[in-house]
Design a protein around this ligand. Structure first.
Ligand SMILES: Cc1cc2nc3c(=O)[nH]c(=O)nc-3n(C[C@H](O)[C@H](O)[C@H](O)COP(=O)(O)OP(=O)(O)OC[C@H]3O[C@@H](n4cnc5c(N)ncnc54)[C@H](O)[C@@H]3O)c2cc1C
Length: 381
């Protein structure tokens, strides 16, 4: 059967919507298939805000990709004439030798990134929202800020459709059958054929990429929003986004009062509870709110006083907590995008470009060596 499409993108969340847009902009005949609807509550891409920062403690090799991600976010905004990325600065708080602070400092030094080191007194003067221990500091990444995930996804889908992509919602892909010339795609309502497929199905990745079944672990994540005592103290102009290294108690992230519900807080990976991606997320419970309320009281006493709401989300973790973006080890016509271990959204704008390059060009000039099957699992198969 001849291919009706150059490319089918399965899963139109963050990575899939961006990939569909990049490929359609290049003139490819693109089919996008989404089981639910954009940025739905069981996906990993809802909840008003995602951090972006240029200094990257996780690994120095992410920085060139971040530079490209920033450029691509600005291009998206220009095409949409909408605000997607807001620069507020990101404070990385902790002891100077903590993983987040020392790793971000090393990243800034290596890549010549502007940053400021603020001691406790300077932090109290400039950013009174944050309570520090005597031996803690703040490292300000002035390029950092937040992205609006729902607007980004809707924006990429709008552009993909304008550029001719055919987008299906409420249709689940049940199987992919690759062969030498292309891929058959079976769904709950139809069957299609494309020359290439991108699988960007987030927490459900292992259903279509069985090689990841033992490695990609969906876990439950919880975030909560708080109102300040003083209604203006948490406005973005007065309070930057932050990451806070709490040593063996993990790390927390947060945002100023972007929307009506106030300051948003979460702990990276929360309790690391694996979940069944086919079931609804277990609801927010007392242990969840006790953890986040305790952090709010201790570390943000003036700006996170009253909890307004809390919700669940999903991370999908790989053992290294890096991303996996590569051809399937068994079928080169299938490109795989992992859900990116809880820190991928900021890269959506560059991962979309990489996925489109891999599918349409057979490779990408952007640096992806950190993300291969071989690097993750030591072999191609
Ligand atoms: C609470 C929380 C906070 C986060 N904070 C940050 C942050 O501050 N900064 C940052 O950079 N990253 C952050 N992340 C991580 C980031 O949001 C994720 O890495 C990213 O959203 C993953 O996008 P995705 O496209 O892989 O998955 P998703 O956006 O979940 O998309 C997958 C899509 O595939 C669809 N799908 C699944 N199976 C099928 C199928 N068989 N057929 C058709 N469609 C299918 C799903 O319905 C879904 O819409 C956070 C994540 C969470 C949960």
């Amino acid at each position: 059967m001849p291919a009706e499409f150059d490319l089918a993108v399965i899963g139109l969340g963050a990575m899939g919507s961006a990939a569909a847009s990049f490929a359609a902009a290049r003139g490819a005949r693109v089919l996008g298939i989404e089981a639910h609807f954009p940025a739905h509550a069981l996906s990993s891409s809802h909840g008003d805000s995602r951090l972006i920062r240029l200094g990257y403690f996780e690994d120095q090799s992410y920085v060139p990709l971040l530079r490209r991600a920033y450029e691509n976010w600005r291009s998206l905004e220009a095409r949409l004439r909408a605000d997607i990325l807001t620069v507020t600065g990101v404070l990385q708080i902790g002891r100077p030798d903590s993983k987040i602070v020392s790793g971000t400092k090393a990243s800034c030094d290596l890549h010549g990134l502007t940053h400021e080191i603020l001691d406790k007194a300077e932090m109290a003067r400039r950013y009174p929202a944050f309570a520090l221990e005597d031996d803690e500091i703040g490292l300000l990444d002035p390029q950092g800020g937040y992205i609006r995930p729902e607007a980004a996804i809707m924006g990429y889908l709008k552009l993909a459709a304008e550029d001719g992509a055919e987008l299906h919602f409420g249709e689940r892909v049940t199987a992919i059958e690759p062969d030498e010339d292309g891929v058959d795609i079976l769904t709950t309502t139809g069957r299609y054929r494309a020359r290439k497929v991108i699988v960007a199905t987030g927490a459900w990745i292992a259903e279509l990429v069985p090689e990841l079944a033992a490695h990609a672990v969906p876990i439950r994540q919880v975030v909560a929003w708080y109102q300040p005592e003083d209604g203006f103290a948490a406005q973005p102009g007065r309070m930057p986004c932050f990451l806070r290294d709490e040593g063996e108690n993990g790390s927390y992230f947060g945002f100023p009062a972007i929307g009506i519900d106030g300051v948003k807080i979460g702990r990276h990976a929360h309790f690391r509870e694996p979940i069944d991606p086919t079931a609804a997320n277990p609801p927010v419970n007392e242990a969840d709110t006790a953890l986040l309320d305790g952090f709010a009281r201790k570390r943000l006493p003036k700006v996170a006083s009253t909890r307004m709401r809390a919700t669940t989300c999903r991370y999908t973790m790989l053992p290294s907590e890096d991303f996996l973006i590569d051809y399937s080890p068994t079928h080169r016509n299938v490109v795989v995008s992992s859900a990116c271990s809880g820190h991928g959204f900021k890269f959506t704008s560059v991962i979309g470009e990489i996925l489109s390059d891999l599918a349409l060009d057979g490779g990408s000039a952007l640096p992806t060596s950190l993300f291969t099957f071989e690097r993750h699992f030591g072999s191609k198969g």
